[in-house]
Design a protein around this ligand. Structure first.
Ligand code: CA
Ligand code: CA
Ligand code: CA
Length: 230
């Protein structure tokens, strides 16, 4: 017998997709100097004192105070005093993350020449040993590991630290952008008991017809017309 089910069709039905949530620290304004993405800057590689921060960035406490400087957290050259660690804080992230990525726009990383920074996402070490080269800007993207996603779900935040204590590199950070790639919840219509009735095969029709014929014959033998006696 052939059973036609529409459950499979229901399973293919989903609601409208929702846009991925995006969180950003700093803006993509070319280090406050209109430097294009993935190209070259003209910052001074000797005095390294570029400070293109807006008033908002200077007053920020979420990490934007570290963007748009070419000499970030470099005592004696940066506007950050004696600080040697830049900390960026994404908060209010919830506890539902299954996938996400971080995009970060960097200038002039030279890990091999001047030492790599020590970077971590929620305390989990990340490879930041970039060798983009002097005058080069580059947008780097990290797909968040399961460990980082678990830490976001446990704390509702993502804290990024870039520690230059073992590095004398001059570099800059234009912005950081965090994207929640968690799949939107799939809308499933209520499942009804809608398995279609079986469609009888020809043999079944023949058996049914034979049964009806026998039943009719039996009735004719046993039922007598009303008013007649045997
Ligand atoms: Ca940029
Ligand atoms: Ca550099
Ligand atoms: Ca910027």
């Amino acid at each position: 017998m052939r059973i036609v089910s529409i459950l499979a069709l229901l399973a293919l039905t989903s609601g409208p997709a929702t846009a991925a949530a995006i969180y950003q620290i700093g803006d993509n304004d070319g280090y406050g100097a209109a430097v294009c993405d993935n190209c070259s800057h003209s910052f001074d590689g000797f005095s390294a004192d570029h400070d293109g921060r807006s008033a908002t960035e200077k007053l920020a406490t979420d990490g934007a105070q570290y963007t748009d400087t070419y000499s970030t957290t470099h005592p004696g050259f940066s506007p950050h005093g004696l600080e040697t660690v830049a900390t960026f804080h994404f908060g209010g992230l919830g506890a539902h993350w299954t996938s996400g990525k971080l995009e970060i726009d960097l200038a002039d990383f030279q890990a091999s020449e001047f030492g790599a920074v020590a970077a971590a996402f929620n305390g989990i070490t990340q490879d930041f040993a970039f060798d983009d080269g002097y005058t080069k800007t580059a947008i780097h993207t990290f797909l968040l590991s399961d460990a980082v996603l678990d830490s976001i779900n446990a704390t509702g935040e993502l804290v990024i630290t870039i520690d230059r204590n073992n590095s004398s590199d001059f570099y800059g950070i234009d912005y950081l952008k965090l994207t929640d790639l968690t799949e939107p919840a799939v809308f499933m219509p209520p499942v009804m008991n809608t398995v279609a009735s079986p469609v009888p095969e020809p043999e079944t029709y023949l058996m049914l017809l034979a049964g009806l014929t026998l039943l009719s014959f039996a009735c004719r033998r046993n039922i007598k017309p009303i008013g007649l006696t045997a």
